[in-house]
Design a protein around this ligand. Structure first.
Ligand code: NAD
Length: 226
């Protein structure tokens, strides 16, 4: 991986931050995308630079096509190419289906499905020219199995899994690999906020797994880098 370049969306914290740092540790220059937490993203970029790699912070909402286009252009301008795209940005949209508000549904699908498509399309155009690239989408176990109150989240993540399969079959001829990683529950702010709201119970979740533990961000970043 030494000398490769990557863009990780939603990399100011949580799983995205761990992925960005893990890639940097493997010799990759990393563009750190964030939607609003620029100060946090800058801290991640500083850590990457301390590891001896280049890093830039790009503030962009992945659901905005124009912003995504500019973000990919900036990566190519600063790094010369884009070898790896990790579509990690995500939000929680837990609600009983009968009460799920239209704006929550639309925002969830916009960020977690349409955003993955916009970023993949913009980066894919460059990767097709390069005749190489890797796209890794962070899906979720919720895209495969049913959990109550996850109508929007599960639909978006199931869509990401389907999109991953379509893109991988379509772009394999350009030497582009498209894969998805579908984590179970991982200890991050996203999960901690749901615990605070009383939506999730950490002990109950840990009890569902054979080893009685939630995943750590490093378990997911390892897999993505692999
Ligand atoms: P998190 O809330 O800690 O981080 C999500 C990141 O995405 C944040 O930095 C946030 O600012 C960013 N983001 C949100 N909307 C964005 C937008 N429109 N444009 C750009 N960035 C945006 O969450 P996390 O737990 O680290 O989740 C990361 C990914 O992993 C998400 O896609 C999530 O659905 C998925 N996931 C998480 C878990 C879990 O248990 N934590 C399990 C399975 C999948």
């Amino acid at each position: 991986l030494k000398g490769k370049t990557a863009l990780v969306t939603g990399a100011s914290r949580g799983i995205g931050r761990a992925i960005a740092l893990e890639f940097a540790g493997e010799g990759v220059d990393v563009a750190v995308n964030c939607s609003s937490s620029v100060a946090e993203a800058e801290k991640v970029a500083q850590k990457i630079k301390k590891l001896g790699r280049k890093s830039i912070v790009i503030q962009a909402d992945v659901s905005n096509k124009d912003s995504v286009k500019k973000m990919i252009e900036k990566v190519v301008k600063e790094f010369g190419r884009i070898d790896i795209l990790v579509n990690n940005a995500g939000i929680a949209t837990v609600s009983p289906s009968e009460k799920l508000e239209e704006k929550v549904w639309r925002r969830g699908i916009d960020v977690m499905l349409t955003g993955v498509f916009f970023c993949s399309q913009a980066a894919g155009k460059i990767m097709i020219e390069q005749k190489s690239g890797k796209i890794i989408n962070i899906a979720s176990i919720n895209g495969i199995v049913a959990f109550p109150e996850r109508a929007c989240y599960s639909s978006a993540k199931a869509g990401v899994i389907a999109l991953t399969k379509v893109l991988s079959s379509e772009w394999a001829k350009y030497n582009i690999n498209v894969n998805a990683v579908a984590p179970g529950y991982v200890e991050t702010d996203l999960v901690r906020n749901l615990v605070t709201q009383g939506t999730l119970d950490l002990d109950e979740l840990a009890g569902r797994t054979p080893n009685g533990k939630l995943a750590k961000t490093g378990d997911i970043s390892n897999t993505v880098v692999f």
